[in-house]
Design a binder for this molecule. Structure first.
Ligand code: ZN
Length: 341
């Protein structure tokens, strides 16, 4: 089964390995790490044919737990973003037979035909963008095709949803004027907007403003796991009404009723969330948003090579070939066609 996935943090993990110019550091340690969930070798073996690759800027205080806290400064975020864009380009330059940076859905299909991983670049938290959004032009040229204005912390554009469990997504104010400008600018360029880390007021602001279907790249069902990162029934209804999509997230903290980051988590929970998403969004409105390299995921999956275990669990639950094909790749490709062309 081929997988096109809605969210991974491989670039962030590689960046954490160091960005020394000589850097076999980041490449070798990042890509060859046995600790991570994703690398080119395992991805190819597992049928991981592409996905949204996030550029995530950590909080400024080194070593701080990545939950809440102050966002990084514009200066720090700009440097780190440039580092990660360079890492993506270097990965393509060095491993061009295995991975391609994709700007359109035709690029994705061409990469997949050539057995290359299709990498679509995504920004998770727009701290490298200023209030007039002029950076978007450069970011678009460098390949950014998807953007979440906020991670789970406040910035210039609004307030991300906090991570504390349990909690409502309805915490904090909506988008600032700059946030609304960012939404219009992304619409203008054909950059997909990601709602996954937005608080509820910000979510409704985008629902009102954006002229595109609503997308949450890696979120689950609040009714089944009351994390503020998950979507309420009203939010799911709004996504359905817009013809949008939700990427089912493997993070155990957004699956379990106790919100624990516990790898000893049954795949039955993933099936339950997926069933609930399909119930509201239909078979065309659900895909996968693994959060590989960014979260604690069930041991039963382990890393990208464990996708077959999830496929098995879905088949046990009665999902047929056609539905699995939609969930594992087609729904993302259809949505990206509508979002980025
Ligand atoms: Zn995330």
């Amino acid at each position: 089964m081929h997988l096109f996935d809605g969210h991974n943090d491989l670039l962030y993990r590689m960046w954490q390995c160091g960005t020394d110019p000589a850097h076999d550091g980041a490449m070798a340690r990042g890509l060859a790490s046995v600790d991570g969930h994703l690398d080119l070798t395992r991805a190819s073996a597992a049928g991981f044919t592409g996905g949204l690759f996030a550029l995530f800027i950590p909080n400024s205080a080194a070593g701080e737990e990545l939950s809440g806290g102050q966002p990084p400064s514009y200066e720090d975020a700009s440097v780190i973003c440039a580092d990660m864009l360079a890492l993506a380009d270097e990965m393509v330059a060095r491993f061009g037979d295995n991975i391609a940076k994709c700007l359109t859905v035709s690029d994705i299909l061409a990469a997949q035909d050539a057995s290359k991983i299709a990498m679509v670049l995504h920004i998770e938290g727009a701290e490298m963008i200023s209030a007039d959004c002029h950076e978007i032009e450069m970011l678009y040229q460098r390949g950014i095709r998807s953007l979440g204005p906020l991670w789970s912390r406040p910035n210039l554009f609004g307030e991300g949803v906090p991570l504390q469990f349990p909690g409502s997504p309805d915490q904090g104010d909506g988008l600032s004027d700059a946030g609304k400008r960012l939404v219009r600018t992304c619409n203008h360029y054909g950059i997909m907007l990601d709602l996954s880390h937005l608080n509820e007021k910000g979510f409704w602001d985008i629902a009102k403003l954006s002229d595109k279907p609503l997308v949450a790249t890696h979120s689950n069902v609040h009714r089944l796991c009351p994390s503020p990162r998950n979507l309420t029934d009203r939010q799911l209804d709004a996504i359905a009404e817009s013809g949008g999509i939700v990427g089912l997230c493997f993070a155990t903290g957004y699956l379990r009723t106790d919100g624990e980051k516990n790898p000893d988590t049954s795949l039955a929970l993933l099936v339950q969330h997926c069933d609930a998403l399909i119930e509201t969004l239909g078979e065309g409105g659900v895909a996968l948003g693994s959060d590989f390299d960014g979260a604690c995921i069930p041991n039963a999956i382990g890393d990208c090579t464990g996708m077959s275990a999830l496929e098995h669990a879905f088949r046990q639950a009665g999902y047929d070939d056609a539905l699995l094909h939609r969930l594992f790749s087609q729904n993302w490709l259809d949505m990206l066609t509508r979002q980025i062309g």
